[in-house]
Design a protein around this ligand. Structure first.
Ligand SMILES: C[S@@+](CC[C@H](N)C(=O)[O-])C[C@H]1O[C@@H](n2cnc3c(N)ncnc32)[C@H](O)[C@@H]1O
Length: 246
C-alpha cells in the first residue's frame, strides 16, 4: 500500500504564494500530487478536466482517479527511496501531451536527492506555457515560526514521526545537539530514517524516511532565476518560483 496524503492546505498555500491568480481555464500539473488534495481544496477553482496529477505512488493515483475520474491521473514508476522503492531509477518523465500554466509541487522535492530535483525541475519547466510558472516547496533547515519555543525546521523533521510509524520519536540525544545546531545553519542536510546527514554521503537505498532540507541560498544557487518566497503561515515550507526557462 503506497502513501496516501491527508495533509490539508496545499491549495491555499499556492494560491497565496502565486498572488491569488484567476485559476479559471488554467491547466495545472500537481507534480507528486498524491490523491489530489490540491484539487479537492480548490473547490471548483481548478477545473478537474484541466488538472493533471503525476505521482510515483500507485495506490494514491488509483484513489485520486476513483475520487475524480474527470481529472488526469498518471502513475510515474520512478524510483524514490521512501515513496517508490520498487520503481525504476532515473525513469524519464512521461510526455503528458499538453503544456501547463501552473506546475505545482508541494513537499515533493523535500523527498528527492538534489541531482534528481535539478533534473526534474528542468524537465517540468519545459512543460510550462510561455508565461507559465513552476512553484515548488522546500524546507529551510534553520527556519522557525515566530514565537516563543518554536522548533526550527530541522528539529521539527527530526521530532516528527516518519510516515507509517506510529511510535513517538525519541527526543534528540544531547550528544547530537551540536550537529543539529550546525544543520540549522547549513546550506542543506538530509534526514534518512533517524540519521541527520550534513556533509556525509547520503545513501539512496530504500528507507522509511528521506527528508531533504535546503536553505534559501542553496536553492538560489541551484536555480539562479528563481524567486524564493518565505513560508505563508501556517506553513513551514518556503516556495521556489520559476518560469519556463532561464
Ligand atoms: C509528502 S507527499 C506530498 C503529497 C502531496 N503533494 C500533498 O501535499 O498532499 C510527497 C509525494 O511526492 C511523491 N513523489 C516522490 N518522488 C516523486 C517523483 N520523483 N515524482 C513524482 N512524485 C514523487 C510521493 O509519492 C508523494 O505522494
Amino acid at each position: 500500500m503506497s502513501f496516501t496524503s491527508t495533509k490539508k492546505g496545499q491549495f491555499a498555500y499556492f494560491d497565496t504564494q502565486l498572488g491569488h491568480p484567476d485559476w479559471s481555464g488554467r491547466t495545472v500539473l500537481d507534480f507528486g500530487g498524491n490523491v489530489g488534495v490540491l484539487l479537492e481544496e480548490a473547490a471548483g477553482r481548478i477545473q478537474p478536466s484541466l488538472y493533471w496529477c503525476v505521482d510515483v505512488a500507485r495506490d494514491a493515483i488509483e484513489e485520486g482517479r476513483r475520487r475524480r475520474p474527470e481529472a488526469h491521473w498518471v502513475r510515474y514508476d520512478r524510483y524514490n527511496p521512501q515513496f517508490n522503492p520498487a520503481g525504476i531509477p532515473g525513469l524519464a518523465l512521461p510526455d503528458l501531451g499538453t503544456r501547463f500554466d501552473y506546475v505545482l509541487a508541494y513537499s515533493v522535492f523535500t523527498h528527492t536527492p538534489d541531482d534528481e530535483t535539478v533534473e526534474l525541475v528542468r524537465a517540468l519547466r519545459s512543460m510550462l506555457t510561455d508565461d507559465g510558472l513552476l512553484a515548488f516547496t522546500f524546507i529551510a533547515p534553520g527556519w522557525a515560526p515566530r514565537g516563543e519555543g518554536q522548533k526550527s525546521n530541522v528539529r521539527w523533521r527530526l521530532s516528527s514521526r516518519s510516515l507509517g510509524n506510529t511510535a513517538e520519536p525519541p527526543p534528540v540525544p544531547a550528544h547530537l545537539e551540536p550537529v543539529v545546531e550546525r544543520a540549522g545553519k547549513a546550506p542543506r542536510c538530509t534526514v534518512v530514517d533517524d540519521t541527520l546527514l550534513l556533509d556525509e554521503h547520503v545513501p539512496n537505498g530504500p528507507c522509511g524516511r528521506y527528508d531533504v532540507l535546503w536553505s534559501p541560498d542553496h536553492t538560489r544557487s541551484l536555480f539562479p532565476a528563481a524567486e524564493v518566497r518565505p513560508p505563508a503561515a501556517p506553513e513551514r515550507q518556503h516556495c521556489c518560483l520559476l518560469g519556463p526557462a532561464d
